[in-house]
Design a protein around this ligand. Sequence first.
Ligand code: GLY
Length: 348
Amino acid sequence: MIPPGSPTVSRTSRDVVILGAGLIGLATALELANRGASVTVIERDRMLAAASTAAAGMLAADDPCNHDSLRGLSRLSIQRYPEFLHRIEHLSGLPIPFQTETTLQYMAGGPALRLQEHSIDPRQLASSLSAAIRATAIQVVEKTRVSAIEAKLSGNELRLEDGSCFSTGAILFATGAWTAETSNALVGKPLSVSPCKGQMLRVRISPPRSFQEVHRSERIYIVPRTHGPQAGTAVIGATVEEAGFDTTVCGRDLDGLRALAAALLPWLGSAEEAPMVESWAGLRPATPDLLPMLGAGLHRGHFIATGHYRNGILLAPATAIVMADLIEGKSPGVNLSDFSPLRFHSEP
Ligand code: GLY
């Protein structure tokens, strides 16, 4: 509740306020701005600092491990990816090349499938996207939390920690792994999204061992970087852990990832042949059924786009389109019934 008469630093009216400047939030901001909306994005940390830059960047629409329900949304995203990247590149002047064009998918007890599937470097995407956002009228407020949301006759009013206020027609929660705590703090209900930790490492690949395609099994993926600052290395991932918001990296787990990678490309088992360049851990936003939450929230003018789990990079363009449609009151061209944000919610 916003206390009446509390001091106000500034009072601004925006068509849409987006909570969360990860890839999902910023892709939707760009789509809405392109359709003429005035958009502000509020971020508790820095833009693109969490799952968006921890990911490997596979556009794995045809991964046989994917849930069937993701098919329509994945197809739309793959169709729209070139245009999505082109828009960002055009605004920023910074290229986001495809790193790979095929994936060898190893099947238990059978031959590997060769999939026509691209990957990108999420850090290149992040550099280009942040520059693109700065080239638009989208306002991004970093290192700031929303302290209250209040329903008004005309829409919603948000108050930030510094006392400034936004009145807005629509609020989009694109809060990734932080959705439960944010929705609990602001609307009194924790939406069922929890962090799922993934540890990864990047190794140097010397030229005689260079390869151009992703190697992937159900348990491990190896993604070569072929263009840009990370060219000549490969990302190996990832653990799947319930560890709360812990992002520490453990040498034993990295050794385990290397051993799984070596089952596909044996020389990756050797730290001399493939020395580690860096390691990190990211937090995937996971719902109980591991499907995204896309749709209207509990209150008028509230929308939710989160829970993309292992497919946030893949699903960003489609998510931006369907969420912009919903916020504009249009019916999206993809059936979202399996992704209702309220599917885990029962009235008290
Ligand atoms: N996006 C791949 C992973 O979650 O490990």
